[in-house]
Design a binder for this molecule. Structure first.
Ligand SMILES: Nc1ncnc2c1ncn2[C@@H]1O[C@H](COP(=O)(O)OP(=O)(O)OP(=O)(O)O)[C@@H](O)[C@H]1O
Ligand SMILES: [Mg+2]
Length: 350
């Protein structure tokens, strides 16, 4: 007698998102097709250091691997997480995305052609990056006269080395590195073929992603985030940073005073979304999904919905994951900032 497929054995995976302001860790277990939340934890950089974990200006992390690993070990100890297999997200702004088309060819010829073409698109010396790619027109590719449409991601080797070092120092086994946006797509789509614009509004940057039928078409990061919003409030009202942060979270765009202060910044994000929508045919895009901690800004979802006259909602990354009902409120509150980490943990279970 055999016991059948091994896929029914329980498996656990960690998703780790090292953001500017916070490191988030999510542990998800799978039993057959059922997924459940085992544990989660986070550490804000200001608790340990007077610098953020990373900056958008460089293609490497701001703090050393040692400092980041110390924060990560703190989370793992506090949560008593035992799973070792981890998928880490890498910042979208340090991953280089590009699309290109290649003439019709066979699947076997593709890798060499992609590698050749990729050199023309990557702004860094080819020996300094690692690249990954996928076929965008998977279903049609291979038909007579059908070109190959390629999405390519290149990541600086220096950054990859840093993540490997962080994993080593944290005694984790790094199974996969993936750009944040792919985690966000995984944790936000309700069905695999949706066409949506997905935002990640973090502490330092906002990334705007156009996704057609489940496949990333374009991704753009701008230097607007929750940090700017708080700064703008602090300056305009001549109050301290902490008080500004508090008012932002409590009142947001619902308060007339703050709305006047914040609208110019929020409108730069809105105009970026408009540009992303421009990549879709009329009626093609189904909704706008808001992720990242700053998506929780009171009144933001409604503001974007009204400005663009399009269905807009907060990301709900724990939608497909079981968790104890007592956590309902907490999960709702933390959902938007955990979109990337959940997407990474889910990747580890695929
Ligand atoms: N309820 C809230 N209302 C408004 N802003 C909020 C709220 N909760 C958190 N934020 C903001 O969310 C930001 C943190 O979001 P997140 O954890 O997604 O950032 P990050 O991943 O560390 O940064 P980045 O993605 O830019 O590297 C902070 O700027 C914080 O002020
Ligand atoms: Mg982030």
């Amino acid at each position: 007698m055999t016991l059948g497929s091994f896929k029914f054995l329980p498996k656990s995976s960690l998703g780790i998102d090292i953001g500017t302001s916070t490191i988030k860790v999510v542990e998800i277990a799978r039993w057959g097709s059922k997924k459940s939340l085992k544990n989660y934890g986070e550490m804000r950089s200001e608790v340990l250091y007077d610098k953020p974990f990373r900056t958008a200006e460089k293609s490497s992390l701001l703090l050393s691997a040692n400092e980041i690993a110390r924060a990560l070990r703190g989370i793992l100890q506090e949560t008593k997480i035992e799973t070792k297999d981890a998928v880490f997200s890498i910042p979208d702004f340090s991953s280089f995305f590009t699309h290109f088309e290649l003439p019709p060819m066979t699947k076997e010829e593709l890798p060499e052609a992609v590698s050749y073409e990729a050199r023309k698109h990557v702004p860094l010396p080819f020996s300094e990056v690692t690249f990954d790619w996928q076929i965008l027109n998977k279903k049609r590719f291979g038909l007579p006269k059908e070109p190959a449409r390629i999405l390519m991601v290149a990541v600086p080797n220096e950054l990859i080395n840093q993540y490997q070092e962080i994993a080593r120092l944290s005694e984790l086994s790094l199974t996969t590195l993936e750009a944040e946006v792919f985690g966000l797509i995984r944790s936000s789509l309700k069905d695999k073929n949706e066409s949506v614009v997905i935002l990640d509004i973090g502490a330092q940057t906002t990334t705007i992603n156009a996704v057609r039928k489940g496949i990333l078409q374009s991704s753009r990061s701008i230097d607007v985030g929750g940090g700017n919003l708080s700064e703008r409030i602090a300056k305009s009202l001549s109050i301290g940073r902490e008080e500004a942060e508090k008012q932002k979270r409590e009142k947001g765009l619902v308060s007339k005073e703050l709305k006047t202060i914040l609208t110019p910044l929020v409108d730069t994000v809105v105009s970026e979304i408009k540009q992303a929508i421009g990549e879709f045919a009329p009626g093609e895009i189904q909704r706008i999904v808001l992720g990242g901690g700053s998506a929780l800004l009171p009144g933001l979802t409604e503001y974007i919905k009204e400005s663009l006259n399009m269905e807009t909602e907060l990301i709900d990354p724990f939608r497909s994951v079981f968790y104890p009902p007592v956590l309902e409120g907490t999960i709702k509150e933390m959902g938007p900032s955990y979109g990337v980490a959940v997407g990474m943990a889910l990747r580890g279970l695929e």
